[in-house]
Design a binder for this molecule. Structure first.
Ligand SMILES: [Zn+2]
Length: 306
């Protein structure tokens, strides 16, 4: 399988202080690990594409985008929501991150590559149609999903979210649209404290008690997602790849290890393997212990790229 890796150095401009867990060293740690694993030897590298307004507006309301522009500080930083600082360069970085993911989508659907990993920040899966929260401004995954549907005409797109937090933003944007099957595992109860019962026809929520380990997660994924995904026959799978369910993560409260992310990578790679299309676009979300993030990410990419 040909792997594409999408990242850029613009993310350094989204700097909200060393004390904030969502900081630029996260991407550096991932890059070092992939270098060590030799993954960069045979990879297509991208990440410089600019987002266009049309792409944003398939997932977010115009008023919300205008609100982000209005609140973006001319210098220093502000608290854009209770948990989301916004520095002078943050919005530009968020645009660049979304552009990165759309570039990866374009390359996948134009058959340049078969797997893509986007090492981007800020994350996106908490951003709703018209609300920022949880370190997220723009919902990168939903922006790509809507373009895949509305521009490329895909009719079955699976969204997998294994971040320790529920992808409430992705659900807000894509719920009740049968073109999408959203499978989301998350610690419960925990942030973002939104709907966790299965109230939407196209959303499978998999809440996990604090302390849940990898074996229990694997059992839940196999029993709750596997058949649904096989029956759905996705033409494209988009992954909210958060690594904050790792046992060493300072924010999450689950007990997964690197090997569980390798298992998830293999699990996703095997979905629809017999079908004509098995394209996977994985997008970085959370993960705040640098060593655990780098190791988990390395294991996941190693497993999902083949
Ligand atoms: Zn998270």
């Amino acid at each position: 399988m040909k792997l594409g890796y999408y990242s850029n150095t613009t993310h350094f401009d989204h700097d909200v202080g060393d004390m904030h867990p969502e900081h630029p060293m996260r991407i550096i740690a991932i890059n070092h690990q992939l270098e060590r694993l030799g993954i960069f030897h045979d990879v297509y590298k991208g990440g410089e594409q600019q987002i266009v307004r049309q792409d944003l507006l398939r997932a977010h309301e115009l008023g919300y985008i205008e609100q982000l522009q209005t609140m973006s500080p001319a210098n220093g930083s502000i608290l854009a929501s209770i948990d989301t600082p916004m520095a002078v360069g943050s919005l530009g970085v968020a645009y660049k991150a979304a552009g990165c993911v759309v570039e990866a989508l374009d390359d996948l659907l134009q058959n340049k590559i078969e797997r893509a990993f986007c090492a981007i920040r800020p994350p996106g899966h908490h951003a709703e149609k018209n609300k920022l929260m949880g370190f997220c401004f723009l919902n990168n995954v939903a922006i790509a999903a809507r373009k895949a549907q509305q521009v490329y005409g895909l009719e079955r797109i699976a969204i997998i979210d294994f971040d320790v937090h529920q992808g409430n933003g992705t659900i807000d944007i894509l719920a009740n649209d049968p073109a999408f099957l959203i499978c989301s595992s998350f610690q419960h109860p925990s942030f973002p404290f939104s709907h966790w019962r299965n109230i939407y026809a196209n959303v499978i929520n998999t809440p996990l008690n604090g302390g849940t380990g990898g074996l229990e997660m694997r059992r839940a994924v196999e029993s709750q997602w596997l058949k649904q995904l096989q029956d759905f026959k996705p033409q494209l799978t988009i992954v909210s790849a958060g690594f904050d369910a790792h046992t060493d993560d300072p924010i999450g409260g689950l007990n997964w290890t690197e090997s569980d992310y390798a298992w998830l990578g293999s699990f996703l790679s095997a979905i629809n393997k017999e079908g004509s299309s098995n394209k996977i676009l994985a997008v970085l979300e959370g993960g705040y212990n640098l060593d655990a993030l780098a190791a988990s990410c390395g294991e996941f990419i190693t497993a999902f790229k083949d």
